[in-house]
Write a protein that binds this ligand. Sequence first.
Ligand code: ADP
Ligand code: MG
Length: 602
Amino acid sequence: MARIVVLPSAVADQIAAGEVVERPASAVKELVENSLDAGATAIDVTVEEGGRQLIRVSDDGSGMDRDDALLALERHATSKIRNAADLVGVASFGFRGEALPAICSVSRLVIETAPEDGAGTAIHAAGGKVTEVRDVARRRGTTIGASQLFFNAPARQKFLRGARSEWRSVLETMSIIALTRRDVRFTVTNDGRQAMALPAARSLRDRVSALWGAAAADRMVDVEDVQGVVQVSGLVERPADVGTASRRTFLTVNGRPIRDNGLLRAAEAAYKSTLAPGLRPSLLLDVVLPADAVDVNVHPAKAEVRFRDRWSIERCVEEAVRRALGTFDASAALGVRRWSATAPGWTARPADVELLRPAAASDGALFESATNGASAVDHDEDRAFAHEGNGSAVRPPEPEFPPAPPVETPPTQYVPPLLQLRRTYMMFEHDDGVVLIDQHSAHERVLYERFMGMLERGEAPSQRLLFPLTLHLAPAEAEAFEANRDVLARLGFEVEGFGGHTLLVNAVPMPHPRFDAERCLRETLAALAGDRDASSHARHERLAATVACKAAIKAGDELSPGEMRALFVALGDTTLPAHDVHGRSTIVQLSWSELERRFGRQ
Ligand code: ADP
Ligand code: MG
């Protein structure tokens, strides 16, 4: 007896339908994507009972004539590709020609469509069978209503969840689509209540604002970066705001929403040293790259992609986010932040550390590195704060010094007058408000990046001591020394074990004239005692952060005006000036708008 039979096509359609439409949200997604593929500029989605009872999607797209509308219900009927070659770099959301027949096979379907205003076609079908075709009058576009999903597939219907849960999925699906196609106007209604009303938006920021409220958009910094053929743009959460609201992530590659943990992890890596452990930022990023660098056709729902060179794309993403976090706009704010509103270009302009990156005239010997020699004040002093070796922050010459050589110097920029408050903060005024800088955190950030640079390049300027220091350590500290001995040497601490728990220190780094090497080394070893961090890379960072913390000027240290200027310039030259190395803010802004609000002026 034959055991194998070919399934009747109705059964095959239902099985296929299970793959395309699992639940109301997936039907909504397919229908809305069809509307987008048809060039719609406005799409209205109506559901009842979270889509269990009804899903209706109405658009102003191209519409269909009668023949096409009937054909659209056939399996593998598509207007979007003609042959296999078209699959490469296909730009439409759909191309398999499966969604409409799949939805039709498990619901009661009504299509009303017209290619021009006026005469259109209405098609009724149930369980995959067309029951009625007639003329209707309607505007150009298409409305497709699918009711009683799975009415003829009880096994599937059992898997539907409650109306509220299905509605949440519909909203989630629509949020993703709305973030992807900011140019389209959307409304979404459930059981007569409108949940989304999104006008066409000019930017992701505007769309986020319409979708989740202005406060959500305010927490985000703009990303806008091109590296070679890879373009990364979007919004990422300001480190100081991470953890204050629920986390949202969203990624597109070449305009398609995707899921990709690798890219998210790369973006999160950019937050390294700016967030307390366990916190994860909201990230909304669009990645654009040449079509042949990516294969979108991996996952049936096309939510995953395969990159030809994943590593380099992840690195572009990380760098783009890191640059965004390095802008002044990424710093924390007290109360409302209206900087962008009052100062066009402030948030949108990447690398706004420009504000902190003037070439300062300076008597800032405090922050000078020992590489320039022990005679503290010479005309190269500000160079200590530039990224080592690029010489970009050479200050304009002061009258008493010979003119500085014309290295690729940025045009002289204005360093605002800086005021030290409570021997702890530096304050200055900007067009948009008041800015406070924590002097210890700032110096710590400067030193951390310098130490990391030394560790990466393996050059450690250090100063030989005339009389070696002798340090007596507790057992745990001696152990910490042994564990970090090589890294300490690379930072410029030349130390010999001297039997037992005694160290002999022959040479020390000289990050600034007030640096107390003995105290720094003691405190560092005390802080590292008992620290068991497995990976050596993490150990580098930990040590650089600890030495930076111990070596930096403290709250309570009085700074001269020149020292403040030098610190200001050095901070501006770091990659993440607004964040210290423990996940706290280095810079806090107080906008005039917030002050005006507090004083009832607006
Ligand atoms: P696919 O999107 O993969 O082509 P579908 O089954 O989703 O397959 O749709 C089949 C065809 O029906 C599409 O190729 C398109 O030509 C047409 N179609 C579906 N929805 C619409 C719509 N809203 N407006 C205009 N044409 C549509
Ligand atoms: Mg489709």
